[in-house]
Write a protein that binds this ligand. Structure first.
Ligand code: NAP
Length: 203
């Protein structure tokens, strides 16, 4: 699969490196492609400007700060028919929530033809590098309005080692973004650090 990763921070880099290692064609979209050239090559991926990366991809992964997400998505060109994975959380720099609708719904409104799936926002990037714990695998809740797009993203998450939980339509992103705040506050407000995550029990 051709995957564009928009943003080369903690989340973008770990997801892109892992999917490249699993054999996907990964292209990082960054504001500074020259600065990333060495580690991108080592990862077996390619790098270019964000819009060029998105144009060539089936799946576009948005891994930029919540405060920049809506502006960045509008620079990516026509995303019609593509899967847009929204990993962002609507956080200010002091980690307090941005108000109103979910980030995912606001992003979807700006790219009407894209199939937006909320995913990879409810746990830390260390857990994306390795979601397997001694007692089991972490859960990755996802939501979105397009079944095919969700199936694509579910397969990508399962390939990383997550147990996927489909939480329903994109409006559920409001809940998944709130779930992220629980993880973030436990990690950094309550001092647990990043080596924990949510798992799923069913009967
Ligand atoms: N860190 C986590 O554990 C975690 C977990 C789940 C979800 N999230 C969410 O995922 C998103 C990415 O998180 P992150 O931790 O990877 O963030 P980060 O380390 O700060 O990286 C964000 C990247 O976004 C790109 N970017 C594009 N426009 C930008 C702008 N105007 N200002 C700053 N950066 C810009 C930059 O890449 P280029 O310089 O290459 O353009 C930057 O490296 C956030 O919305 C965050 O809330 C984070």
């Amino acid at each position: 699969m051709d995957i564009a990763i928009i943003g080369t921070g903690r989340v973008g880099r770990v997801l892109g490196e892992r999917w490249a290692a699993l054999g996907h064609r990964v292209c990082f979209g960054t504001r500074t492609p020259e600065a990333a050239a060495d580690w991108v090559q080592e990862a077996g991926a390619t790098v270019t400007q964000p819009a060029a990366a998105a144009a060539a991809a089936d799946v576009v992964v948005l891994a930029v700060p919540g405060t920049a997400a809506e502006a960045v998505v509008e620079t990516l060109g026509d995303l019609s028919g593509k899967v847009l994975v929204d990993c962002t959380n609507p956080l200010r720099s002091d980690r307090t929530p941005l108000p109103e609708q979910s980030a995912a719904e606001r992003i979807a409104a700006r790219v009407p033809g894209a199939h937006v799936v909320k995913a990879f926002n409810t746990t830390g990037s260390q857990n994306m590098a390795n979601p397997v714990y001694p007692d089991g695998r972490l859960v990755m809740p996802i939501c979105g309005d397009a079944a095919d797009a969700k199936a694509t993203v579910a397969a990508l998450a399962e390939a990383l080692g997550f147990v996927v939980m489909d939480n329903g339509p994109l409006r559920q992103a409001r809940a998944l973004e709130a779930m992220a705040f629980v993880w973030i506050n436990q990690a950094y407000g309550q001092g647990w650090g990043a080596d924990f995550g949510f798992s799923l029990l069913r009967r």
